[in-house]
Design a binder for this molecule. Structure first.
Ligand code: SF4
Length: 199
């Protein structure tokens, strides 16, 4: 008989078995242990699973976010749990302490969820819309590139270097996002390019 069992499914089953065995060792009866194992297996059964990448460092561990609430029905989704993705080749379900505490980071009162700006002469930051932020960034990059692009070096060789704008990207991305980011930055001629994992 073939059993189609992903690594993650296997760990779930193994976890349920381990819970039952541990409770048994602690003196609980078979009925209590079986109930606990049953509850553990279904604790997240009504949630929506969304795969993502940990935001913290360049290891880029795979995570699964569990949320309640139907976005398609206009409900507000609530994040209820985050754990390592056992099927992800980088971390195989494990997370370091920072990754394991990701839910606190997402739900922190101090977390910024909107772009902010401190206008010239002002002593405070104010929220702006994403559209305004992107328009301002695009305008600033275009103006700087028009004014400062180095098209040729001293020997007359075409180089198209832009050394007056820098770009800081996120390290916690998929290969595809990283590839697209690289293409955009280098096609502008930007030389100063790094990611937040080195900050
Ligand atoms: S879980 Fe830890 S090691 Fe993995 S990406 Fe996040 S911070 Fe880095």
């Amino acid at each position: 008989m073939n059993v189609d069992l992903t690594r993650r499914s296997f760990l779930k089953l193994a976890g349920a078995g381990a819970a039952a065995t541990t409770l048994g060792a602690m003196g609980f009866g078979a009925a209590e242990a079986a109930t606990a194992a049953h509850v553990r297996a279904f604790k997240l059964a009504t949630t929506t699973e969304t795969r993502n990448i940990c935001t913290y460092c360049s290891v880029a561990c795979g995570i699964i976010l569990y949320s309640r609430g139907d976005l398609a029905a206009g409900e507000k989704a609530e994040l209820v749990h985050i754990e390592g993705d056992a099927d992800h080749p980088t971390n195989r379900g494990t997370l370091c302490p920072k990754g394991a505490a990701l839910k606190s980071y997402v739900k922190a009162d101090t977390r910024l969820t909107r772009p902010r700006i401190r206008r010239p002469g002002s002593d405070r930051f104010e929220d702006i819309s994403w559209d305004e932020a992107l328009d301002r960034i695009a305008r600033a990059v275009k103006d700087d590139r028009d004014a400062n692009l180095v098209e040729r070096n001293a020997a007359g060789t075409t180089v198209n270097r832009l050394t007056t704008t820098g770009f800081l990207a996120a390290s916690a991305t998929t290969n595809e996002t990283a590839w697209a980011t690289w293409k955009v930055v280098r096609s502008l001629g930007i030389v100063g390019f790094d990611n937040q994992a080195r900050v």
